[in-house]
Write a protein that binds this ligand. Structure first.
Ligand code: BG6
Length: 489
């Protein structure tokens, strides 16, 4: 839950001419300005390689924000942002740049009357995270004696457990953990944040949110698009690293965690890491039985993809949590590119009602209640239950109670970066990954990565684009008497 106020500061965007800055960060700043949520006074300093004037940078930013908004910007609003927009060029591994930055930052903040609070956003390739943070520290720019200094890091946080540990060690050479904001854009989504509000602001769910009442839980991040132009990145990542280890594990923690004592960052993050620590480690045989990888037909023809690529674009996984709340309840995760449709959801499947009462009626079975959290699109929550079909015969039909964000709040939930930027400026780390959360996530997937790397004999199975993945993934549930939810609808 966001704090009420973002501090006055200079937002320094490294990689200011890149995609992330232009398509997400600057449009998010514009939205914050529109909502009256930018701190006052405030300024942005873009840093990137191309040499260009501040005016050229402003024109570039305006074009991209307009592109994302899909309509011309309000002139007065844009003028306010434009007046605060500055640019400086340089090579990110050049120590000279950071000495210059000290002077430029001083000038910028004096001009706008901003206290020496700096939010450094590393919208740069992961190879540069350590370099930039080291250079910042060496130049004294991470020193918090005069004002706060925070560094936002984008995923990927490492490539495996070892590299994640190395990266964390490198980042903490010159920064304290409280200065590091590891961003996961899933945590910026309203529907993801609402999982905690839904669970803990309502009295009726918590008592049944456990192994006594829940049969199993499904988590799904399905995308209809392929990898587009990201072949070079994706070849090295694959679905397990790209989606499961971060976004899906965050969903898992929010669904499974114990109530934290407060919404303070450490209270929430302590409970999250306990969930991940509770996941039963996978042995080799478990990987064979409960972790499945596949690749969409045509993936190998995508640009920058090797003709013999074994990179998975689909993962299905069964995880168990060995704790008092969840022991014995399977968690089925699946994610994939080029699936039947875009749909991120969590479904909690409750245990079925006893059937005795209906034995001598035409009813053949009762259907378990399913609570569905629709993360995106068509954001909302629904609960399915059996109801009597009107008429003299005893017949049942599954019906749903439904809440939709758009219909109720009359607006689409925001896509995330606004809240995350606001929170970073407010010093609230609740929605950001802590070092131990990242490492524990890697610990869970590492045995799968290792087993798949060793297994050179069986390539990932191939699935048809537009399907729900390979048939073996259905078997993962069917052999346990269950079915994937959204393949049914
Ligand atoms: C990113 C992944 O982190 O999340 C992408 O790198 C993926 O591969 C994206 O497409 C999904 O995000 P969203 O918000 O569209 O669900």
């Amino acid at each position: 839950m966001s704090s009420p106020r973002a501090d006055s500061c200079v937002l320094v965007i490294f990689g200011a001419s890149g995609d992330l800055a232009r398509r997400k960060l600057l449009p998010a700043i514009h939205n914050l300005a529109e909502a009256g949520l930018l701190p006052e006074p405030f300024a942005i300093l873009g840093v990137a390689r191309p040499a260009m004037s501040e005016d050229a940078y402003r024109t570039q930013v305006r074009a991209s924000v307009e592109g994302e908004e899909g309509e011309p910007l309000d002139a007065a609003m844009w003028q306010r942002i434009s007046d605060r927009l500055h640019y400086t060029a340089g090579e990110l591994d050049d120590p000279g740049l950071y000495d210059r930055l000290k002077t430029v930052l001083d000038q910028v903040r004096r001009r706008h009357g901003i206290p020496p609070n700096y939010l450094f956003y590393l919208a740069v390739p992961p190879e540069l995270f350590a370099t930039v943070s080291r250079r910042l520290a060496a130049a004294g720019l991470a020193d918090e004696r005069e004002g706060w200094r925070r560094v936002v890091v984008e995923k990927p946080f490492g490539y495996d457990l070892e590299s994640a540990r190395r990266l964390n060690a490198e980042l903490t050479e010159g920064l304290r953990e409280t200065q590091i904001y590891r961003i996961d854009h899933y945590l910026g989504k309203e529907t993801v944040q609402n999982i905690l509000a839904f669970r803990f602001a309502n009295g009726i769910f918590e008592p049944i949110w456990n192994r006594r009442y829940v049969d199993h839980v499904q988590l799904q991040v399905a995308e209809d698009e392929g990898i587009g132009k990201r072949g070079a990145y994706y070849e090295k990542a694959g679905a397990l690293r790209d989606i499961v280890q971060n976004h899906m594990f965050q969903l898992l923690t929010l669904v499974c965690m114990e109530p934290p004592v407060s919404f303070k960052a450490e209270a929430v993050r302590d409970e999250k890491v306990k969930v991940l620590n509770g996941v039963t480690p996978l042995a080799d045989a478990d990987v064979r039985n409960y972790a499945l990888r596949a690749q969409y037909a045509g993936y190998r023809q995508e640009p920058h993809v090797a003709t013999g690529s074994r990179t998975e674009t689909y993962v299905a996984l069964r995880l168990m949590l060995d704790n008092w709340r969840w022991a014995g309840v399977p968690f089925y995760l699946r994610t994939g590119k080029r699936l039947a449709r875009r749909s991120t959801e969590v479904s909690v499947h409750f245990k079925p009602a006893p059937f005795t009462l209906f034995r001598e009626t035409p009813v053949e079975c009762t259907n378990p209640n399913v609570l569905l959290l629709r993360i995106q699109p068509e954001e909302g929550i629904s609960l399915s239950f059996d109801a009597k079909v009107p008429g003299p015969l005893e017949r049942l039909e599954t019906v749903t109670m439904d809440f939709g964000y758009a219909a109720h709040f009359h607006r689409e939930p925001s896509t995330g970066y606004e809240t995350l930027l606001f929170d970073a400026m407010a010093g609230d780390q609740t929605l950001f990954h802590r070092m131990d959360i990242v490492e524990t996530g890697w610990q869970i997937v590492q045995p799968i990565l290792d087993a798949w790397a060793r297994d050179t004999a069986s390539p990932p199975s191939i699935y048809e684009p537009g399907s729900w993945g390979p048939p073996e993934a259905d078997w993962l549930l069917e052999r346990e008497g269950r079915r994937w939810r959204s393949s049914l609808s």
